[in-house]
Design a protein. Structure first.
Length: 306
């Protein structure tokens, strides 16, 4: 259950009382989208992608927003290998907890991961991988999902790692030498505060991205950020709209990790207007807005980056 459900949680005004959403910005973003993409939008419900953890429920970092909570909803790697012939599964999201250096330790499990590859496509999440890990994914990963953090304070407060945004950019560039990589930017990861997201986008502007996935911080019970609030919808939508303008030909997706309930019902239609190309697990309002804008809905059943 989401902690954020009430109308107050999705007020388009932020705490300083500044005006509501910039409609001119939204119109500009939509115009950019129309000029550069077909009139269709992906609505994905990834029921055919099996999430797999190589570390089970174990994560050394115990990040403030997650605390290992989301690992509990994943299937262990040995169990996934045993059930390779599940007819409903077409692909695998291979992830796990991070070690003290911020990487998911995939190397000890690479043979079992190759077994998964025989049964479906692989979306790999490997964190701050080094050269050996990156090389091992060449020809194995169909895509790598990479969490890009653009602010040192966010890195320190959320992950506890003694790392810099440059460390994340180096890992991103390294992985791109060996596989297709899609950066993920979590808006408000610093306990609901927008901090470093623009820096990450500016860096991507320089080094490139085949697609960009936006996530939105959601308070999760049992974590150090339990009592925080997600970022105001206004800030999320305006960041997505500006990204659409700055990256006119880059596919932009609204990913699965974001608050549900009323928050999602307000955010999703506005994200459609802001020019996203896909929405994962969309709220009802997203369908209505897509129809009103004349977008053909293309349904998907796997991870959006696949």
């Amino acid at each position: 259950m989401d902690r954020v459900t009430g109308a107050a949680a999705v007020d388009l005004r932020n705490e300083t009382g500044r005006p509501a959403l910039d409609k001119k910005l939204l119109r500009e973003a939509w115009a950019v989208r129309r000029r550069n993409f077909p009139m269709e939008i992906g609505f994905d419900v990834p029921v055919r992608t099996l999430p797999v953890s190589v570390t089970g429920n174990v994560c050394v970092l115990d990040c403030a927003h997650c605390g290992g909570h989301y690992l509990s909803g994943m299937v262990s790697l040995p169990r996934a290998v045993k059930g390779l012939h599940m007819p409903q599964v077409r692909s695998f999201l291979v992830s796990g907890g991070c070690d003290a250096a911020g990487k998911v330790p995939v190397l000890p499990f690479i043979d079992k991961i190759r077994e998964l590859k025989k049964a479906g496509r692989l979306n790999m999440h490997v964190g701050l991988a080094g050269e050996d890990e990156a090389k091992s994914l060449a020809g194995l990963a169909d895509v790598i999902s990479f969490d890009l953090l653009g602010d040192e304070a966010t890195i320190r407060e959320v992950t506890g790692l003694d790392k810099t945004p440059e460390d994340y950019l180096r890992a991103y560039a390294l992985l791109r030498k060996y596989a297709r990589v899609v950066p993920h930017i979590c808006i408000g990861l610093r306990g609901g505060m927008v901090s470093g997201e623009w820096k990450a986008l500016r860096a991507l502007k320089s080094i490139g991205a085949e697609a960009i996935v936006f996530l939105v911080f959601r308070p999760t019970r049992g974590t150090r950020f339990t009592d925080r609030r997600p970022p105001p919808v206004k800030e999320v939508v305006e960041l997505i709209a500006r990204a659409r303008i700055e990256f006119p030909r880059t596919p932009i997706f609204l990913g699965c990790m974001r608050p549900g309930g009323r928050y999602r019902e307000v955010l999703d239609p506005l994200a459609v207007r802001a020019g996203v190309n896909k929405v994962v697990q969309p709220g009802r309002g997203a369908f209505e807005t897509a129809s009103m804008l004349g977008l053909k809905i293309v349904r998907g059943e796997e991870c959006c980056v696949l």
